[in-house]
Design a binder for this molecule. Structure first.
Ligand SMILES: Cc1cc2nc3c(=O)[nH]c(=O)nc-3n(C[C@H](O)[C@H](O)[C@H](O)COP(=O)(O)OP(=O)(O)OC[C@H]3O[C@@H](n4cnc5c(N)ncnc54)[C@H](O)[C@@H]3O)c2cc1C
Length: 396
């Protein structure tokens, strides 16, 4: 019999976790494993709001993939997946290279969901990769510099669309960075405007009200103007038009209002909801014994609430772990285990030294939540890259 081939697409939290768990447990030559990723580095998506605002260097938020792999067990291919040919069990890369598989792991993450709002795709930024956050940071700095020459208020007006976790965490960092930028560019702080615009009736929808109130109080104190229950109708080169017709002029709109699965998946003909594949208990795509989908590209229903689990790194990491064991079981002739997420809690940063969180049924505010956030971030480093990655990149 020929050696089974496992092909993993995407080296984010889900894909990388699958790879490192497989390499730990599989013997040499027992299986042919390949990991494909667009970049030769893994980035810590959950940290990206920091380099986007410029409070952390982008390099701190990434690690070279090869340093995490045993390349005698896993081959790494730097390449962009352009097509999945399910019937032929092949994956096509943009370079023209074709890869075959017996088992496919799709862990390609997400793309911004614009809900059909005109102009968002064209004129808004989104926090989604190292390259995108470098662009946002440079753009913010450039607008401060330009203001000193042209004095147009829209150059100092920053709009964050969406008040979910990403939006709130970015606002925390942005409002930490603004005083530094004001000092660097000799700008009066009162001239800088930061808006958060959210269609839902509350920020952090679904989160505990006391924690939400605390987050809003902290961010308002740091200079954010909230416009809640206010949909963005259109994004234009000059700013945004709101549902009630109000226009806010701004050179910088950052859209954090939602994500959908990677478009490669929809194009491959999998059945999807908002680009995500509704997977079975073993994380398989419906009708496919050989295709597993994990992370933000997968849709997993919480049977208790009958609603999908929100896409998080926490779940992606756990899925990668279970999937690796299941692939080993398939190859060695064992039983697969159903995936059941074990939710440990959620913590959202509000900038330096400030956060909110719910861990178990314990609410955390301020410094203790910020400390817990660092513990969670460092734990992810450990799970993905062991002690050596934690030593290199840990948040202190
Ligand atoms: C600012 C921010 C803060 C967040 N905070 C938290 C948090 O506190 N806690 C939490 O649990 N979750 C958080 N999340 C959500 C979390 O980051 C995601 O749920 C998680 O990254 C999903 O993991 P993934 O493996 O599915 O995708 P990702 O980690 O996004 O990885 C996808 C990988 O696929 C690669 N890729 C994409 N397209 C291609 C292609 N065509 N070809 C080859 N490679 C490709 C990408 O380069 C990337 O390496 C946050 C997200 C953001 C943006």
């Amino acid at each position: 019999m020929s050696t089974p081939k496992i092909l993993i697409l995407g080296a984010g939290y889900g894909g990388l976790m699958t790879a490192v768990r497989l390499q730990k447990q599989m013997n040499y030559n027992e299986v042919e494993m390949t990991l494909v990723n667009k970049h030769d580095y893994h980035y810590f998506t959950t940290w990206l709001h920091e380099p986007a605002a410029g409070t952390t260097d982008p390099d701190k938020c990434r690690v070279e993939i090869q340093t995490l792999l045993d390349t005698n067990k896993i081959k790494f291919v730097k390449g962009s997946v352009s097509e999945i040919k399910r019937e032929e069990k092949k994956v096509l890369l943009e370079s023209g290279e074709e890869l075959t598989y017996d088992y496919l792991v799709v862990a390609l993450g997400s793309e911004p969901e614009t809900f059909g709002i005109q102009g968002l795709k064209e004129y808004a930024f989104s926090i989604r990769s190292i390259n995108s956050v470098r662009e946002i940071r440079e753009h913010i700095e450039y607008n401060f510099a330009k203001y000193k020459m042209e004095h147009r208020p829209e150059q100092l007006t920053f709009i964050v669309g969406g008040a979910g976790f990403t939006g709130i965490e970015f606002l925390g960092e942005l409002t930490d960075r603004i005083p530094e930028l004001c000092e660097e560019f000799d700008v009066d702080r009162s001239l800088v405007k930061v808006y958060n615009i959210e269609a839902a009736p509350t920020v952090l929808p679904g989160f505990d009200q006391e924690l939400v109130d605390y987050a809003m109080e902290v961010l308002t104190r740091k200079g954010v103007t909230f416009k809640i229950n206010t949909p963005i109708k259109e994004c234009t080169p000059d700013g945004v038009v709101l549902g009630d017709g109000e226009e806010i002029k701004s050179n910088t709109v950052i859209w954090t209002g939602g994500v959908r699965g990677n478009s490669v998946i929809e194009k491959a003909g999998f059945e999807t909801m908002r680009g995500r594949v509704k997977v079975d208990e073993f994380l398989r795509a419906p009708g496919h014994e050989d295709v597993f989908v994990i992370g933000d590209s997968a849709l997993l229903i919480n049977n208790e609430t009958n609603r999908p689990y929100p896409p998080t790194a926490q779940i992606a990491i756990q899925e990668g772990d279970t999937l690796a064991s299941n692939l080993i079981a398939l190859i060695r002739g064992g039983q697969m285990k159903a995936f059941v997420p074990s939710l440990k809690g959620t913590v959202a940063s509000l900038g330096k030294g400030e956060a909110i969180g719910l861990v178990g049924d314990k609410k955390l505010f301020g410094g203790s939540a910020a400390f817990m956030k660092k513990v969670i971030d460092n734990r992810s480093l450990f799970l993905i890259g062991g002690l050596s990655l934690m030593m290199k990149k840990a948040k202190l």
